[in-house]
Design a protein around this ligand. Structure first.
Ligand code: PEP
Ligand code: MG
Length: 539
């Protein structure tokens, strides 16, 4: 038995086999080959593996999201049966004697350009799909991990570090726990682990040795330990611990259907944070009363190109419909810093957290912003939508946003597209916004406090920097003062104020937040019932 330790993010236990996840950067190269038939065989094997994967994704999406949303995987699968694609690739391998990776990539690019040049808007959009599907086959050929877990059974993922774009592409049904050598507890990957309600250890002293691949292991999130090849005694005690946690979960489940109300009758809106459509399932299972933060940037990262208006519309509509009229707060694109996508072509910056990100990108590249706003307003007809804007620092930004929003709405009205009533709000996650929240409150219908960034910018502590974690006092008086100030200023103007950062799920602060007058707490789905319990115990 071997034992490793790390910093635990969630007090749960996982038992299963290790999956060593190694990042691989694949650089496409052109190689000359002799065995033409062998290369064609490789191409067909990879094509078939990709089709199988797509079938699996279709089935999963159909079960979890719905027919309309699942359709895209079927379209991708059919593209791999397309004769132009197959024959184009084969004739390139034949004629130019090049490796299959190169032939697939070239054929895919040619077909994609063909689609892009078409007049019809639907066909134009398919250009992106062709590139997506081409990449899938190239990855299979090159044996590159693309976030897909190539395992049949659920596993304990052990990695150096995981970026949000890697985690977002993983099949969550196949992950029992995350164990990373790096990482901080405030990173977005940590937030995702909490959303998934699985144990996760960061800063773990394990090496990514292949000898651990497939070994039986236990992650004890209550102590921050990882055991590989555990002894029988240890395994027995872990099974017991896991059962105890399950018993506590069942106790908490009794709060499903109960109100989030204090003993003296104060109602708090208890909402959940999500990063994609599938997360909605956990939100409903845990009985959240709405969605307080949909991090829409997760629709953009882990992709090769911008999500289209149609793609975004489908995702927003799916969430709104699943929530059946309950409030859904969708945050506009908050890309930048650790949340990256290559196709944005963002420069390397000295201080990305203080850099060109979020609303700053949206206001300087309005086409990206308008596409998202169109998708949001089109979806608004299918539920109760609120839109909020991240990283605000100035009144002028809010005024500029409102101008663009008005133009988008008028455009949709001219197109006779139905829309619902949409509340507009902003995130208060910079000290600047908190300090001018009296003025900002006159412009919007709600505030949602992003305590993760508010803490980072107030304490000047990079939330990604693992070395500074010990110094990062999440209960710092300065942060709590800014929260109180924001609530008071919001209430003076009659608007509601919530918290959607990780602090909202910290039950040691629930009572204090309620006394400040916070109207809404939006937390990871796995924290909903814990926070409901804390609210009900407050006086
Ligand atoms: C925050 O900053 O608190 C927040 C909710 O946004 P994110 O964590 O996505 O930056
Ligand atoms: Mg933030």
């Amino acid at each position: 038995m071997e034992r490793f330790t790390g910093k635990s993010l969630l007090e749960r236990v996982a038992i299963g086999r290790i999956y060593i996840y190694k990042k691989q950067e694949y650089l496409l190269e052109k190689r000359n080959i002799d065995d033409i038939e062998g290369e064609k065989k490789r191409f067909h094997e990879a094509r078939e593996a990709a089709m199988k994967e797509l079938q699996g994704l279709y089935d999963k999406a159909l079960a979890e999201i719905g027919e309309e949303e699942a359709q895209i995987f079927e379209i991708h699968r059919m593209m791999l049966e397309d004769l132009d694609f197959i024959e184009g690739t084969e004739s390139m391998i034949d004629g130019e004697k090049v490796n299959a990776e190169f032939a697939v990539s070239e054929t895919g690019t040619t077909l994609s350009n063909l689609f892009a040049s078409m007049e019809d808007a639907y066909m134009k959009e398919r250009a992106i799909d062709v590139l997506d599907v081409t990449k899938r086959v190239v990855n299979r050929l090159a044996g590159v991990e693309d976030g897909g877990m190539h395992t049949k059974d659920p596993v304990i993922v052990v990695a150096e570090d995981l970026t949000p774009s890697e985690t977002v592409q993983m099949d969550t049904n196949k992950i029992l726990a995350f164990v990373t050598r790096k990482g901080s507890s405030n990173s977005h990957t940590a937030i995702l682990a909490r959303t998934m309600n699985i144990p996760a250890l960061v800063k773990t002293d394990i090496t990514l040795d292949d000898k651990y691949q497939g070994q039986e292991a236990v992650v004890d999130g209550t102590t921050g330990e990882l055991y590989i090849k555990p002894s029988k005694e240890l395994m027995d005690s872990m099974v017991e611990k896991k059962m105890e946690i399950d018993r506590k979960d069942n106790e908490l489940k009794k709060l499903i259907g109960q109100e989030s109300i204090t003993a003296d009758g104060r109602k708090v809106n208890l909402y959940a944070n999500i990063g994609n459509v599938e997360d909605t399932k956990k939100v409903l299972e845990n009985d959240a009363e709405g969605i307080g933060l949909f991090r829409s940037e997760f629709l953009y990262i882990g992709k090769n190109t911008f999500p289209t208006e149609e793609e975004q519309f489908r995702a927003y509509k799916a969430v709104l419909e699943k929530m059946e009229g309950k409030k859904v707060v969708i945050r506009t694109l908050d890309i930048g810093a650790d949340k990256k996508a290559d196709y944005f072509n963002l420069d390397q910056e000295e201080n990305p957290a203080l850099g060109y990100r979020a609303i700053r990108i949206c206001l300087t590249q309005p086409d990206i912003f308008r596409t998202q706003l169109r998708a949001l307003y089109r979806a608004s007809a299918y539920g109760t939508l609120s839109i909020m804007f991240p990283m605000i620092i100035a009144l002028e930004e809010v005024q500029e946003i409102k101008k663009i929003v008005q133009e988008v709405k008028e455009e949709l009205q001219r197109e006779n597209i139905p829309m619902g009533d949409v509340e507009l709000g902003i995130m208060i996650e910079t000290p600047a916004a908190a300090l001018i929240s009296d003025d900002l409150a006159k412009e919007v219908q709600f505030f949602s406090i992003g305590s993760n960034d508010l803490t980072q910018y107030t304490l000047a502590i990079d939330r990604q920097n693992e070395k500074l974690e010990k110094m990062c006092d999440t209960h710092h008086k300065a942060v709590l003062k800014l929260i109180r100030m924001t609530v008071e200023n919001g209430h003076k103007e009659g608007i509601w104020v919530g918290i959607c950062g990780e602090l909202a799920g910290d039950t040691t602060l629930t009572e204090q937040f309620i006394h400040m007058g916070v109207d809404e707490l939006s937390v990871s789905a796995s924290r909903i019932l814990n926070v409901r319990k804390a609210i009900r115990e407050c006086v």
